[in-house]
Ligand binder design. Structure first.
Ligand SMILES: Cc1ncc(COP(=O)(O)O)c(C=O)c1O
Length: 418
């Protein structure tokens, strides 16, 4: 796949080789990651990269759009069918841009938004002080119940009534439980707010129908198309038909410029693939593997936030193991297991240290790992946590992790040979 780059820029080609090797030999457990199928790789590198196009099928700003129109129409039709949505806009470049396009559609400067606390699972684009959105709109946050570590729905409803936001956002980066979309939709509609669900993390599980869908309840549903959806680095938004014009205008020209047709083509392929039995079975295994890891780690004395998981990820509280999120992340990295440090609800540690790690099961499940391998990974994680500074221990764990993953190739042999 890199024949021309090898000839024109061997230094860069070498870095690509190194990255392929890193992914091949590591156990990737970053919850927002997945492995793009080869067709997605091909299509994101396709001739559609060359075409500049703005607007919508039949209403383009540039000529030469006939074929691209067919791709966008096909992709939207497949997306609507897959998710059972009334309207799909798949022009967003990413999950973040998908959120911005909804904000551009429904909010005016100064409007109020209610979203999940960022240190308890919310996303940057849901109102972080570091993100531009917080300079334009007023964000208020809802939180977890400290006992159950689940969304405190009573408090959310009370905040909605007191604060009367224009928009309520559900969906998270590190929430391992199902969200009661119906209840939040009712809270939003009672105060005249729009309800948006950001399903960036769980879109693949929703598409495969292994967890409930937000589509029937939310006015807008945004998403990345990476993460569990396993497609191109891009985005998508769904809405009720009555908001279709508003969303299309908020997306283009409201939030983006020309379409990335190459990723749109890849998404089009994925909307078909995600309806397959192969994808459904993979997503089902993702959830089984996540539950298995949560149970095994609990046996080893880790505390799993909220007591378990219903989706592709879990957050482990490491305090009983006397190691911080930062140190555990680094020790696992040395072993070839990639996770990220993560705040636990009401974390006493700083965000740069944390008491927890977030672990995702999508990429390993795509490679074919099932419960026996997940149990072995839990055992390795425990050994690492017990003696993170013992070089012999880390070396032995690294060998064990490499031997484990060697039996499950990232891509079929020869996929990237020139
Ligand atoms: C809940 C949520 N929304 C949006 C995003 C942003 O998605 P992207 O990286 O595609 O912009 C993320 C990324 O992790 C996320 O977790």
């Amino acid at each position: 796949m890199l024949k021309n780059t090898r000839a024109t820029d061997p230094v860069l080609a070498g870095l690509l080789d190194e990255e392929l090797s890193r992914q091949e030999h590591n156990i990737e457990m970053i919850a927002s990651e997945s492995t793009a199928p080869l067709s997605v790789m091909e299509l994101t590198g396709s001739v559609f990269t060359n075409k500049t196009l703005e607007g919508y099928p039949g209403r383009r700003f540039q000529a030469g759009s006939g074929i691209a129109d067919k791709v966008e129409e096909l992709a939207c039709e497949r997306a609507r069918e897959l998710f059972g949505a009334e309207h799909a806009n798949i022009q967003s470049y990413s999950g973040s841009t998908a959120n911005y396009s909804v904000f551009a559609s429904v909010l005016q400067p100064g409007d109020k938004v209610l979203s999940m606390r960022l240190d308890q699972g919310g996303h940057l684009t849901h109102g972080s002080p570091a993100n531009w959105v917080s300079k334009i709109y007023h964000f208020e946050f809802y939180a977890m119940d400290p006992e159950t570590e689940l969304i405190d729905y009573d408090a959310l409803e009370a905040k909605a009534r007191e604060y009367r936001p224009k928009l309520i956002i559900a969906g998270a980066s590190s929430y391992s439980r199902l969200i009661d979309y119906e209840r939040i939709a009712n809270a939003a509609h009672e105060v005249g707010a729009y309800f948006m669900v950001d399903m960036a993390h769980v879109a693949g599980l929703v598409a495969a129908k292994v967890i409930p869908s937000p589509i029937p309840y939310a006015d807008f549903v945004t998403s990345s198309t990476t993460k569990t959806f396993c497609s191109a680095r891009s985005g998508m938004v769904f809405c009720k038909e009555k908001y279709a014009k508003m969303l299309d205008k908020g997306t283009f020209p409201g939030a983006i410029g020309s379409i990335q047709l190459h990723t749109m083509a890849a998404k089009c392929w994925s909307f078909k693939y995600a309806a397959s039995e192969e994808f459904r079975a993979t997503m089902e295994q993702v959830v089984k593997n996540a539950k298995c890891l949560a149970e095994e780690l609990t046996k080893y004395g880790f505390r799993i936030v909220s007591g378990g998981t219903d989706n592709h990820l879990l957050v482990a509280d490491l305090r009983a193991k006397k190691i911080t999120g930062k140190d555990f992340q680094n020790a696992l990295d040395a072993v070839g297991i990639t996770v990220n440090k993560n705040m636990i609800p009401f974390d006493p540690e700083k965000p740069s240290v944390t008491s927890g790690v977030r672990i995702g099961l999508t990429a390993v499940s795509q490679r074919g790992l099932k419960e026996p391998e997940i149990r072995e990974i839990a055992a390795i994680m425990n050994k690492v946590a017990e003696a993170p500074n013992d070089e012999e221990n880390i070396k032995a764990c690294r060998e064990q992790a490499q031997a484990l993953i060697a039996g499950f190739p990232l891509y079929p042999a020869g996929s990237f040979e020139d």
